[in-house]
Design a protein around this ligand. Structure first.
Ligand SMILES: Cc1ncc(C[n+]2csc(CCOP(=O)(O)OP(=O)(O)O)c2C)c(N)n1
Ligand SMILES: [Mg+2]
Length: 327
């Protein structure tokens, strides 16, 4: 299966944009210009960009939490300045400054992520059920990490989706770590996708550093789901260059990850690999690449300038209570 030139350019542009948002968040946090949490995505942006660029408007998505869903927001063309405002507690934020770093765009079907790892599995099945019934060929995308797929509800979700042949995509961004936990110690098999095969679900293992391989996997998986053939499990082998969230120690178990290990990971950097491919195949020239990078920088700067200029959100008690769900 091959991607069109137009798709490859769009994928490349979105990867560069997502990378620029992510690294700007990192720099702002490190220089004291951003408070709260940030879970850096450098090294791990290709899977999220690929899936959300291939997705259609109207599809439902629960993106993986890494880089706070930047890959998804960028690729689904959300108004990202509303997320930047949200993260900084400003008016005009996508949740009116009430969510800290948990932004959401429910009106666009982007439910982003909860503070509770694995919370997305049950609602993703629900949206999959809705998608099957409404006949609009939508998919319900359920992104999570290797850690998330250790949750019991992940398995209930796989069982029900496969049993009812729901158009749910289980998208596992396996970076081998869950905070300090080593995936090799937390899962019985090297490929987490082999667990899905136990439910009779088709599964694939993809190089998560290769943007275009991730996109080809998304095309195949989404098509399968849209045709009413049921869920698919896609496991993307990826990594992270930084600590889990800025400021925590960068350990595997109780051992510090070494500089050599990170340098080796950077040799297979997704931006590096994608740039080489578009140049080698004559998809983009060096000038066009430079232009895409300059445009991405400008976009990020403009959006931050807007967010920085917004006043602090001061919701009234009534507005705060309206956002609380209590059965
Ligand atoms: C139910 C629950 N348990 C624990 C945590 C703390 N926690 C936050 S992120 C995380 C690791 C998630 O790992 P993974 O799903 O592999 O994603 P990654 O951060 O590696 O991208 C944990 C344990 C949580 N937020 N919710
Ligand atoms: Mg992980």
């Amino acid at each position: 299966m091959s991607l069109t030139k137009e798709q490859m350019i769009k994928l490349y542009r979105n990867l560069i944009r997502a990378h620029e948002y992510d690294t700007t968040m990192y720099r702002r946090m490190m220089s004291g210009r951003l408070i709260g949490f940030y879970h850096p995505g450098e090294g791990a942006m290709a899977p999220g960009v690929a899936a959300h660029t291939i997705m259609r408007d109207g599809d439902y998505t629960f993106p993986h939490h890494r880089a706070h869903g930047m890959a998804a927001m960028v690729s689904r063309e959300m108004d990202i300045k509303r997320y930047l405002a949200e993260h900084t507690g400003k008016q005009g934020g996508c949740c009116e400054g009430r969510s800290s770093f948990h932004g959401s765009f429910p009106e666009k079907g982007l439910f982003m992520y909860s503070g509770y790892i694995g919370a997305q599995f049950s609602p993703a099945v629900g949206w999959g059920w809705a998608a099957k019934r409404n006949g609009r060929s939508q998919i319900s995308f359920c992104g999570a990490g290797d850690g998330g797929f250790g949750q019991g509800r992940a398995h209930e979700a796989m069982l029900m989706s496969q049993n009812w042949k729901l158009p749910v995509i289980f998208w596992c961004e396996n970076n081998g770590l869950a905070i300090y936990g080593d995936a090799a110690e937390m899962h019985p098999t090297e490929d987490i996708s082999s667990l899905a095969q136990g439910y009779g679900m088709p599964a694939m293992v993809i190089d998560g550093q290769d943007l275009f391989a991730c996109a080809e996997a998304a095309v195949a998986a989404f098509e399968h789901a849209r045709e009413g053939k049921g869920p698919v499990f896609v496991e993307l082998k990826t990594c992270r260059y930084h600590e889990h969230d800025i400021g925590t120690p960068d350990l595997r178990g109780d051992v510090q990850r070494s500089e050599e290990e990170i340098a080796e990971l950077r040799d297979r950097d997704p931006v590096l690999l994608a740039t080489k491919r578009v140049l080698d195949e004559g998809i983009l020239s060096q000038d066009e690449i430079d232009q895409i990078k300059a445009q991405a920088k400008q976009e990020v700067e403009d959006n931050w300038n807007w967010a920085d200029a917004q006043p602090i959100a001061q919701p009234t008690e009534e507005e705060l209570m309206a956002a609380v769900f209590a059965p």
